[in-house]
Ligand binder design. Sequence first.
Ligand code: TYD
Ligand code: MG
Length: 466
Amino acid sequence: MKKQKSFVYRCSACGHEEPKWLGRCPECGEWNTLIETAISGRGGPGTGYNSGSGGGRSGSIPRSFPLSSIDPEEGSRIGSGIPELDRVLGGGIMKRSAILVGGEPGIGKSTLLLQAAAAAETKGRILYISGEESAGQIRMRADRLGLLGNSAGNGSAKGSSLGDRIEICCSGRLEDINALLESVKPVLIMVDSAQTLFTAEAGMVPGTVNQMKYCSFELISWVKEHDAALFLVAHVTKEGIISGPKTLEHMVDTVLYFEQNEGDSRFLRAAKNRFGSVDEIGIFTMGEKGLSAVEDTSLLFLVRREGDLPAGVATAAVLEGSRTLLVEIQALTVPAKGSMSRVFSDRIDSARVSRVAAALEKHLGLRLSDQDLYVNVAGGIRINEVGVELALGCAIYSARTGLPLPAGLVIAGELSLTGEIRPVRRLAGRIKTAKGLGFERFIGPEEGAEMVRDIKSAIKLIFSKK
Ligand code: TYD
Ligand code: MG
């Protein structure tokens, strides 16, 4: 076997590693950033904790196990005590996993982690590491949220021992944290934020991506070996620095992003999840007592109206993971300002909007190609589900013709290029939700709804006077 080199050239900007020195990092394109770096016992970031031999601990012999001999309970979950968070995680915090929580400053990442630390369904200790806030600030927040005492709060308080179960450390220095891990032996580690971690081992410049990757990797390795779980906060700002947290994504098991709409609801979405689906979203509002679940999410994306609907508005029943949401789709068409018509749609993929508009133009003879098309979803939620297409088509038709849809009507269905309406998943559940909320009519592609097979008959059914 070839003898391994004891060092690599690591980019101090992005953490990329090369066996040979190069003037320019092939990963991030920065010049003169490759620095000779010793390969540490763990193999360093980028080699991966599960890379088998080579990158493993020095002296350890790689082993394999018969599949049948492995304990399926290994890595079972800890409830976070926050149902919306558990939902997104796929049923709780998987032990030995690392979870990245990204989002813009002020969205509520620190609040979420502190609430989860207080509510987590474990008897073990929790280490809350903050390089962002002082211990006093954290305590004040905990008091304000009513996490420690016998407050009415959100029911997450678990008696007086709670304040002792959570250990606070306000250092981002990896050497300090490592020492604490050995003495505290936490089952849950919250790091706020990955960007404040540093160690002298990872190059001279603190605050670099390399520092963040190196330190995060060390902590991830620790939780894998000690049956614990790790939350890593990462700030993401709109302008730039997205490369920072992005480089952590492949190292962790789960990536959650926190986002906000124009209202005060906040959505927690999984961008990656080794232990669950990425379809589920968590819906929160931020209030006096921190983040709380929204009682009735099915109504969150509707606009309350008396009487008739304006033109350009249709109500869709869409699925977000296991949840049915009723959303108001709003469309507007105006004569194109340029020589080309354009689609402006943030909440529904523009390609989907263009495709639906093309199908309407072809199968209804509705002229849209000389129109600019604006589409929005009330409440600012992004919709990726195909079941929205028929309602989207109806909203566009209504906008273009000026004919409003009847009130009290909900729509679900996929619109194919041929003009046919295709079945969607769990139609019965969508109908049940809509009826439960007092909607009288439901139009969809299957029995149980007022059944429509193609866009032409759907438009006829909806827009002909009863
Ligand atoms: P924070 O969790 O600090 O956000 P992040 O860690 O993502 O930067 O808090 C976000 C905002 O929420 C902050 O501006 C204050 C506000 N907030 C409340 O409205 N109520 C509360 O109970 C708390 C703790 C914060
Ligand atoms: Mg914070």
